[in-house]
Design a protein around this ligand. Structure first.
Ligand code: GLN
Length: 392
């Protein structure tokens, strides 16, 4: 009998992609997977068409087209207020997803422990397993999802090698405060840990909050691997253009993994992304945050009017809700039921937890909705949810 390797035997399909399949099969509105249902800015599209037409179709330098690394360095240096060297600090990856994977594979040894904050974006756990590491979880409690220093310290052992942070957070929407980040910093410095940060939602931040890149904290640049990308900010999730910023020794390790995993991100799209980053003014990013804050406010009130219990997220573009009208169902059944009743797809909350009590029947199911959608889509969702509320 042929059999797959041990390391993949216990993997399940990504729940986000699975629910997306259910949505596609049933024609439901997909508020499960976090992708915009509108086009990127016209200049982004035109830049890609030009790049393909002008012969940018072969491999780029494996760690990223120099034009894109320079554009990223310029933008990140401006936003972070510290110089970033495109030659030594930046690796372009196939999305932030590969960025996180290459980073974990580059620093974790078999038997090492990696700390994940639960609820966590579902990729972090399987990738930790691919690296042969064991995950330790620090539970963040709703509604604030704050990092408590005591809970963090309790998860650290002599085997701990790295922590994975995601701010603004998916699925919680929590934006880590200066105090929380200081606690993380203290722990990293005391225990000589590597910090891997997923900052893909850096520009989706509301109510005047500020994104603090953990690498900019005192003494943290030398032990932080920062992962970012253009998928969400430029509405190009299918292009797979992300990046990793790290000190030279860690960059070299990430580059080796990246080279053997994928060789490189799509060349013409790297060239186009460079052009877009250079062309877009800073106001693009502030307007993005404003537009999304308005989407958030509207969507949260639609959800609350329909009887879901939730709080407005501080950042990113997801809302975690309790669905009392579907009580008694586990959250996977609740997600299916929502598709059946009103043609709206959401992600079962349990897929962001390792401890599955979140989906125990009898409790109120948890669902995650993505609101990175056109106003027309959100209006349609509002109508369907209101109909469901009237019918129950
Ligand atoms: N990051 C997005 C989400 O959480 C998309 C996930 C994916 O399918 N790659 O929905």
């Amino acid at each position: 009998m042929v059999q797959a390797a041990q390391r993949v035997l216990h993997f399940t399909e990504s729940v986000i992609r699975e629910v997306t399949r259910w949505a596609d099969e049933s024609g439901a509105l997909n508020l499960a997977q976090g992708f915009p249902d509108y086009d990127p800015p016209a200049l982004v599209l035109q830049a890609a068409q030009r790049a393909i037409a002008s012969g940018e179709n072969q491999y780029s330098v494996t760690w990223g087209d120099p034009r894109l690394r320079e554009a990223i360095a310029r933008k990140v240096s401006r936003f972070w207020g510290v110089p970033i060297d495109p030659q030594r600090h930046i690796t372009v990856t196939c999305g932030a997803t590969e960025g996180v994977a290459a980073s974990l594979l580059a620093v974790l040894n078999p038997g090492d422990e990696v700390v994940l904050f639960e609820p966590f974006y579902e990729n972090y756990l399987p990738v930790s397993h691919l690296a042969g590491a064991t995950a330790k979880f620090v539970r963040l409690a709703p509604p604030d999802y704050r990092i408590e220093e005591d809970a963090l310290r309790a998860a650290i052992t002599p085997r701990t090698r790295a922590l994975v942070l995601n701010t603004p957070g998916n699925p919680t929407g929590h934006v880590l405060s200066a105090e929380e980040l200081d606690a993380v910093r203290q722990v990293c410095l005391e225990h000589d840990l590597i910090l891997i940060t997923d900052e893909i939602y850096e520009h989706f931040i509301y109510d005047g909050r500020r994104h603090i890149p953990p690498a900019t904290l005192p003494d943290m640049a030398e032990r932080t691997i920062s992962v970012g990308g253009l998928s969400k900010t430029l509405a190009i999730t299918g292009w797979r253009v992300g990046y990793v910023i790290a000190p030279p020794e860690l960059s070299n390790a990430v580059r080796k993994v990246h080279d053997f995993l994928t060789v490189g991100a799509p060349s013409p799209l790297q060239v186009a992304a460079a052009e877009a980053l250079n062309a877009l003014p800073d106001s693009y990013y502030t307007e993005l945050a404003h537009t999304y804050q308005a989407k958030r406010d509207r969507f949260v009130s639609l959800l609350q009017q329909a009887g879901f219990r939730c709080r407005a997220p501080e950042g990113a573009y997801y809302v975690m809700v309790e669905a009392p009208m579907l009580a008694g169902l586990d959250d996977t059944s609740a997600a299916r039921e929502l598709i059946r009743r009103v043609g709206i797809a959401a992600v079962p909350g349990s897929s962001f937890y390792e401890t599955k009590e979140a989906s125990t029947p009898g409790r109120v199911p948890l669902l995650r909705f993505a609101f990175c959608k056109k106003d027309e889509t959100l209006a349609l969702v509002g109508e369907r949810l209101a109909e469901m509320a009237r019918a129950s």
